[in-house]
Design a protein around this ligand. Structure first.
Ligand code: MOS
Length: 731
C-alpha cells in the first residue's frame, strides 16, 4: 500500500500528555483539539486517491423474495461503475457469512428479503451524487407476505441460546412456598419499544485492496475483531486485513459488529479494482445495523410486611429477527441485585420480520432495571414504605446468585450520598402531594448496576530521547476511542506508571496492526487496555532498573546506546483467578425530580442526582461526562425514544432525528454526578470498574417512579409521552 493511497492518517496524531499527568486528574482530552478543529479524520474522512462512492439499496417490502430486480437503468447512469445485486455479486461461502457472534449478514447471495430495509443492491459510482441518483433507479418486484413487527403479533416464543455466557433461565429457592408465605404479592408487566442507535457518526467504511491485502477505515468499536471477522468472511489470512479507526463518533453497541455494508464495500472494491467508500445515511441506521429490541417483562414480587423480599420472578420476552437469535438479557441483574431467597428468571425470544437487534448501551440492564426498579416502587407503594428504605432492607451483602463476595460494593454509600444531595428525606410518601400551581411534582429513585468485565489485552511502550535529552514515550495498543476518552486515560495510566521515565506521553490506538486489545464494549476498555498499558510501562521500568538506569539523565544516556535510540517493551495483561473468587459489579443510585403539567401532560426534569461506586476514577472530567451521557440517554429512553414501524409494510416510519426524538439541551437541566470513594483491589491492576454503561441503568425507572409520585399515574410502557398523563377528557 503506497503512502499516498493510505492518505497518511498519521497526519492527525493526538496530542502529547505531560509526563506528570496523574491518574484521576481532570485532564482535558488529548484528542479534543483535533476534534473541534475538524482535523480528526473519521472513517468517511480519510482522503483516498481515486476512491469511488457506494450507496446501499434496501428492500422496501418483506418478508418474502425478490421476483425481479432491474438494475439496467442504474447501470446506464453516467459515472456508475458497478451495480451489485444478488444476481451478480461475488459469492461468499454460506458458513463464513456468520460472524463469531452469529451475525447473519445480507451479502446479496440470494433473493430472500427478511425485513424492510435489508440491503439488496449496492451502486458504485464516481461521485456520491451519481451513486445516490442511480440507486433510486433500481426497480424491484417482490413476492411478500404480511410482516409481523410487534411482539404481541407473534404467538410463538422460543428459548434463546446461552447469552453473555450465562444460561437464559435461572432458579433459586422455592417460588411457590415463598409466595404462600409472603404478606404482599404484586405481578406487573412492563414493555420497552424498539429503539435505534443514533451516534452522531453513522456507520461508514472505506475499503482499499492492494493485491490480496485489504485495508479498511471503518467506524467500528473493535478494530481487531473487525479485521478478523472480515478476513474470515472473505476467506483471507487474518494478517491480510488491517482495520483502522483513529476516531469514532460514538458507538453504543451498533458498531460492535461487522454488519453487511462493511463486507459489501470490500467485495465491491475488489470487483471494481478501486477503493470504495460506503457511508450509511441517517435513515439507513434504522434496520440493517441493529437496534435495541422490544421487550415485554413480567415481574412478580412477594414480600413480608416489613419489606423483606421473599420472591422475585422476572420473565422476559424480547424480539429477534427471523434469521438469528439475539437476546436482550433483561433479567440478569434481577438474579444478583437484591438478597431475596426465592428468585426465578426466564428469557425467551419472539421472531419478527425486522433486522436483527443488537447490543445497545447496557444491553439487558437498561431495559431490565426499568422493569425491576419500577416494580420495586410499586411494591413500596403497596407496603406503604419509602422506596429507598425498601431497597436498603434488601441489600445483598454478597452476590446472592453465585454466593461469592463482592470485589467491592458501595451501594449503601451511593444511596446515602445521592439521597443527601437530593434531599430525599423530605419526600412525602403519598403521590400527588407536591404541587406548584398546575404543576405536579414527584420524586423517584432507582438502583443502577452494571457488571465489571475485562478481557486480555496487549500494549507496547517505546521510549525515545530527543537531541535535547528529553525522553518521550509512545504507547501503542490496538483498542479504539469511541468518544469516551480512551486516548486520554491511557496516556494518564502510562504517565503515572512510567514516572520519571518519560517527560511526555503520546498514545496511538485504533489500528488492528498494533498489539491486540478487545473491542470497546461491555464497559471494559479502560480495565483491559489500561491494564496492558500499565503492565508494559511497569515492565519497561523493571528492565531499566535491572540495567542500572535509575533517573532521567541516565535514561537519556542509555537510550543513545540503543538501536534507533529507542527502547521498546511489549506486555500482555490477562484476567486471572480473581474473576472466580469475586463477583464484580459497579453500583449506583439515581434520584429524579419530575414536574408534570397537569393540563398538558408535559414532563420536565429539573434535577437528577446520580451517585456511583465505580472503583478508581481515571479522569474526573471524562468520567463525569460518561455518566452524564448515560443519564441523558436514560432520559431519552424514559420520555422520547421509540422507533415506529408500519404494521402493513414493516417500514421504519420515524427514521431520522426530526422524528426519532432524543434529548436536546433544552430537555436536560441539572444533572449532578457523585463518585463515592471506592478502592477495589481485585477488579484489575488499575482498579477501575467500567463506566460506559452504568449511567443509563435505573434512569428510566427513576423517572417513571417520579412521574407516578407526581401524578399517581403508573406508566409501564415506555416511552412516557404526555398523552399517557392527560386526565380523561370530558366530551
Ligand atoms: Mo456496548 S452496548 O457493550 O457497545
Amino acid at each position: 500500500m503506497s503512502e499516498r493511497a493510505m492518505g497518511r492518517p498519521e497526519d492527525a496524531l493526538v496530542g502529547t500528555l505531560p509526563g506528570d499527568a496523574a491518574i484521576g486528574a481532570p485532564v482535558v482530552r488529548s484528542d479534543g483539539l483535533l476534534k473541534v478543529t475538524g482535523a480528526a479524520r473519521y472513517a468517511a474522512d480519510v482522503p483516498v486517491e481515486g476512491v469511488l462512492q457506494a450507496v446501499l439499496v434496501q428492500s422496501s417490502r418483506a418478508p418474502g423474495r425478490i421476483v425481479h430486480i432491474d438494475s439496467r437503468a442504474a447501470s446506464g447512469c453516467a459515472g456508475v461503475v458497478a451495480v451489485l445485486t444478488h444476481e451478480n455479486a461475488p459469492r461468499v461461502a454460506e458458513e463464513s457469512a456468520r460472524s463469531p457472534a452469529g451475525r447473519r449478514l445480507s451479502l446479496l447471495q440470494d433473493d430472500r428479503v427478511h425485513y424492510n430495509g435489508q440491503p439488496i443492491a449496492l451502486v458504485v459510482a464516481e461521485t456520491l451524487e451519481r451513486a445516490t441518483d442511480a440507486a433510486q433507479r433500481v426497480t424491484v418486484t417482490y413476492d411478500v407476505g404480511a410482516p409481523r413487527v410487534a411482539i404481541e403479533e407473534t404467538g410463538t416464543v422460543s428459548m434463546p441460546p446461552v447469552s453473555v455466557g450465562r444460561p437464559p433461565d435461572s432458579r433459586r429457592g422455592d417460588i411457590d412456598r415463598g409466595l404462600a408465605a409472603a404478606d404482599v404479592v404484586i405481578t406487573r408487566c412492563y414493555t420497552t419499544p424498539l429503539e435505534n442507535h443514533n451516534p452522531l457518526e453513522p456507520h461508514a467504511t472505506t475499503a482499499l485492496w492492494d493485491g490480496d491485502r485489504l485495508t479498511l477505515y471503518d467506524a467500528t468499536q473493535g478494530v481487531v475483531a473487525n479485521a478478523a471477522t472480515v478476513a474470515r468472511i472473505l476467506g483471507l489470512p487474518r494478517e491480510n486485513v488491517r482495520t483502522i479507526a483513529r476516531f469514532i463518533g460514538g458507538g453504543f453497541g451498533c458498531k460492535g459488529n461487522v454488519w453487511s455494508h462493511v463486507i459489501l464495500a470490500a467485495l465491491a472494491a475488489r470487483a471494481v479494482a478501486r477503493p470504495v467508500r460506503l457511508v450509511l445515511t441517517r435513515r439507513q441506521m434504522f434496520g440493517p445495523v441493529g437496534a435495541r429490541p422490544q421487550t415485554r417483562q413480567t415481574l412478580t414480587l412477594g414480600a413480608a410486611r416489613d419489606g423483606t423480599l421473599a420472591v422475585v420472578t422476572h420473565d422476559v420476552v424480547a424480539h429477534t429477527s427471523r434469521v438469528e437469535d439475539y437476546l436482550e438479557p433483561s433479567a440478569m441483574q434481577t438474579r444478583m441485585l437484591y438478597s431475596a431467597p426465592n428468585v426465578a428468571t426466564t428469557h425467551r425470544v419472539a421472531r419478527l420480520d425486522l433486522g436483527t437487534p443488537t447490543y445497545q448501551r447496557a444491553p439487558g440492564e437498561a431495559t431490565g432495571t426499568f422493569a425491576l426498579e419500577s416494580a420495586l416502587d410499586e411494591l413500596a407503594e403497596e407496603l406503604g414504605m419509602d422506596p429507598l428504605e425498601l431497597r436498603r432492607r434488601n441489600h445483598a451483602d454478597r452476590d446472592p446468585e453465585s454466593g461469592l463476595p463482592w470485589s467491592s460494593k458501595s451501594l449503601r454509600e451511593c444511596y446515602a450520598a445521592g439521597a443527601e444531595r437530593f434531599g430525599w428525606a423530605g419526600r412525602p410518601r403519598l403521590p400527588g402531594t407536591l404541587r406548584d400551581g398546575d404543576t405536579r411534582i414527584g420524586w423517584g429513585m432507582a438502583t443502577a448496576v452494571y457488571p465489571t468485565y475485562r478481557s486480555r489485552a496487549a500494549a507496547s511502550v517505546r521510549l525515545t530521547a530527543e537531541a535535547t535529552g528529553v525522553v518521550s514515550a509512545l504507547v501503542r495498543t490496538a483498542s479504539q476511542d469511541i468518544g469516551t476518552g480512551t486516548y486520554t486515560i491511557l496516556g494518564q495510566i502510562a504517565a503515572e506508571s512510567l514516572g520519571w521515565a518519560a517527560a511526555g506521553v503520546r498514545v496511538e490506538i485504533g489500528d488492528s496492526a498494533l498489539p491486540p486489545s478487545p473491542m470497546s464494549g461491555g464497559s471494559m476498555s479502560a480495565a483491559s487496555a489500561g491494564s496492558a498499558v500499565r503492565e508494559a510501562c511497569r515492565e519497561a521500568r523493571r528492565q531499566l532498573t535491572a540495567r542500572g538506569v535509575g533517573d532521567a539523565s541516565s535514561l537519556a544516556a542509555f537510550l543513545r546506546t540503543c538501536p534507533d535510540s529507542a527502547f521498546e517493551v511489549i506486555a500482555d495483561a490477562v484476567p486471572g483467578a480473581e474473576t472466580a473468587r469475586y463477583s464484580m459489579h459497579a453500583f449506583g443510585a439515581v434520584f429524579v425530580e419530575a414536574r408534570v403539567d397537569a393540563r398538558l401532560g408535559e414532563i420536565r426534569l429539573p434535577r437528577i442526582v446520580g451517585a456511583y461506586g465505580v472503583g478508581r476514577v481515571l479522569n474526573a472530567r471524562t468520567a463525569r461526562s460518561q455518566l452524564i451521557g448515560g443519564i441523558v440517554w436514560g432520559v431519552g429512553m424514559a420520555l422520547q425514544e421509540h422507533t415506529v414501524v408500519d404494521r402493513r409494510t414493516g417500514r421504519h416510519l420515524n427514521a431520522d432525528l426530526a422524528e426519532y426524538h432524543v434529548p436536546v439541551n433544552a430537555d436536560i437541566q441539572e444533572v449532578d454526578v457523585i463518585f463515592v470513594d471506592e478502592r477495589d483491589p481485585h477488579v484489575n491492576a488499575v482498579g477501575a470498574k467500567g463506566i460506559g454503561e452504568i449511567g443509563i441503568t435505573g434512569v428510566a425507572a427513576a423517572i417513571a417512579n417520579a412521574v407516578h409520585h407526581a401524578t399517581g399515574v403508573r406508566v409501564r410502557d415506555l416511552p412516557i409521552t404526555p398523552d399517557r398523563l392527560l386526565p380523561a377528557h370530558p366530551d
